[in-house]
Design a protein around this ligand. Structure first.
Ligand SMILES: [Zn+2]
Length: 259
């Protein structure tokens, strides 16, 4: 999720985990997605090479226009589904599209609790749904590159969920909240990297100036709850440069890269 993810996860999911209730069975699993620690460090999705979809056509986003932002996101979702769906086939992992909804104000109920104030979007693993906030303030400043970056990140969480990377975080018994939050940070930095991989793979087709990627890096750096700014930028750029999930194993990375 974008922005106050830690608040959301530690508030909603951590309370479940640390209260010792319902920590098992939170995440629905199907098919042969890997489980256990190797799901994070030896996931088959890491060995699938570059994302192969090279063309994604962007729709025009107009300011203060809900429909154009929504249409933009739906077209982008098609690109993400096609690109990642193929990657899952290469990994021989089951794939399904995420559900998707836009909402006009924070506080609306989701399967993971109420949509938090200050968040831009969230992915709920319980119903595999991306909820995207498009309120008047956001729409007044909405741009293609902004929507692209947020959506690619949330889709990264869907990739983590389907590949078994996210499930272990929710099902594992942590010794401390600190250990749990350290893993959440690795999840977030990995989502940044996965978003970078997608953006990098279709970048040529978008016909954007390099300064737009600088914008993406800058916007990502500002989401400080996801880790140190320098590390957020590191993982995003690493994914962008390598154009595939093999760049994104934050779980095997040295501690200094995931702080
Ligand atoms: Zn996130």
């Amino acid at each position: 999720m974008r922005t106050p993810l830690i608040a959301m996860l530690s508030g909603v999911l951590a309370s479940l985990l640390f209260a010792g209730t319902a920590s098992a069975g939170i995440v629905e699993r199907s098919g042969p997605a890997p489980t256990g620690r190797t799901a994070q460090t030896g996931n088959p999705i890491y060995k699938t090479g570059k994302l192969e979809l090279k063309e994604c056509k962007e729709q025009r986003v107009l300011p203060n226009d809900l429909d154009s932002s929504r249409v933009y996101l739906e077209f982008l979702m098609d690109c993400l589904n096609e690109s990642w769906g193929y990657q899952f086939a290469k990994a021989k992992l089951p794939f399904s599209k995420p559900r998707f909804e836009t909402i006009s104000r924070a506080g609306r109920p989701t399967a993971c609790g109420r949509f938090p104030k200050g968040a831009q979007a969230l992915y709920c693993p319980l119903d595999k749904k991306i909820t995207f906030l498009l309120n008047p303030g956001i729409l007044s400043a909405s741009t293609e590159i902004f929507l692209l970056q947020v959506m690619a990140h949330e889709y990264g969480h869907h990739v983590q969920q389907l590949s078994g990377i996210m499930g272990i975080v929710y099902n594992r018994k942590y010794r401390s909240e600190k250990a749990f939050l350290a893993d959440i940070r690795k999840v977030e930095l990995q989502a940044e990297c996965l978003s970078g991989a997608f953006i990098g793979s279709v970048w040529q087709s978008l016909g954007r100036p390099q300064s737009d990627f600088t914008y993406v890096l800058g916007a990502a750096r500002s989401t400080a709850s996801h880790g140190r700014a320098v590390n957020i930028a590191y993982w995003l750029k690493r994914g962008f440069d390598q154009e595939g999930p093999g760049a994104c194993d934050t779980f095997s990375a040295p501690a200094s890269k995931v702080s």
